[in-house]
Design a protein around this ligand. Structure first.
Ligand code: CTP
Ligand code: CA
Length: 227
């Protein structure tokens, strides 16, 4: 009904979300990771589902899960695994939001045996992972909306704006790590949403409210495309 569509503007739409950290193995018992918990991405997946979208969440190692059971969760470990699942899911997706804290580098070689303690220093050679957001930007169709995140510690807006253009994303959500209550593991976030139209800075909000604001911005763009 019209009522239902108004309440669920994303009914019939497919959305893809990446969230959480990635773990890059260095030997059978160790990895290189980061402090992401996936909370923001899980909130985004839940917000998209509330708006009626059918959601696939590609989730790095975390014990957190979305509430309810409408969201299809695809657990992954490494950036390479996340890339393969994101690439496949994007073909059918109307919306992709890449919020994962993807490791920029992986170990050039994963040791077969546990690395033994030897010298006073240890050097591990790393090689670059593929950039999932930039890849999806390079294959994006006109009818798809792509959003990424940026975490910056200096020249925040300028660097985030450059990432948006270089990776061909419609939106970049800039995370402020400097403000109290914002960042890894917290329940609140303070972000700015960058698009071709400019910058919208949101106040300190719960991750659920931040997610709703991001999803609303995306929904408006989809609506504008359709008219
Ligand atoms: N990203 C990605 N794949 C990677 C690295 C990053 O998809 N291998 C995505 C992140 O999920 C995020 C966006 O790119 O949506 C920006 O991540 P960020 O770490 O801020 O930017 P980088 O391009 O990796 O640059 P740097 O870490 O040097 O600031
Ligand atoms: Ca990075």
């Amino acid at each position: 009904s019209r009522m239902l569509n108004k309440e669920q503007p994303l009914a019939g739409k497919k959305a893809l979300v990446t969230a959480g950290p990635t773990y890059e193995r260095i030997d059978p018992v160790r990895f290189i990771g980061n402090f992401s918990t996936g909370k923001m991405g899980i909130a985004l997946a839940e917000s998209l589902a509330r708006q009626g979208a059918s959601v696939q969440l590609i989730l790095g190692p975390t014990h957190l899960r979305p509430s309810g059971n409408q969201i299809k969760v695809t657990p992954v470990e490494s950036a390479a695994e996340m890339f393969e699942h994101a690439k496949a899911a994007f073909e059918e997706a109307d919306i992709a939001i890449l919020s994962a804290a993807v490791a920029d580098y992986r170990a050039a070689e994963i040791a077969d045996q546990k690395i033994k303690k030897k010298g006073e220093t240890l050097t591990i050679t790393l090689e670059k992972n593929k950039d999932i957001l930039a890849y999806l930007g390079s294959v994006k169709r006109k009818d798809q909306i792509l959003a990424g995140f940026a975490l910056e510690t200096e020249n925040e807006i300028e660097n985030a704006a450059r990432k948006r253009v270089e990776k061909k994303a419609d939106f970049i959500v800039l995370n402020s790590l400097n403000d109290k209550g914002a960042g890894f593991g917290t329940d609140t976030n303070k972000v700015s949403i960058l698009s071709a139209d400019g910058v919208t800075s949101l106040p300190l909000l719960s991750k659920a409210d931040t997610a709703d604001a991001i999803v609303t911005a995306i929904t408006q763009t989809l609506t504008n495309h359709a008219t």
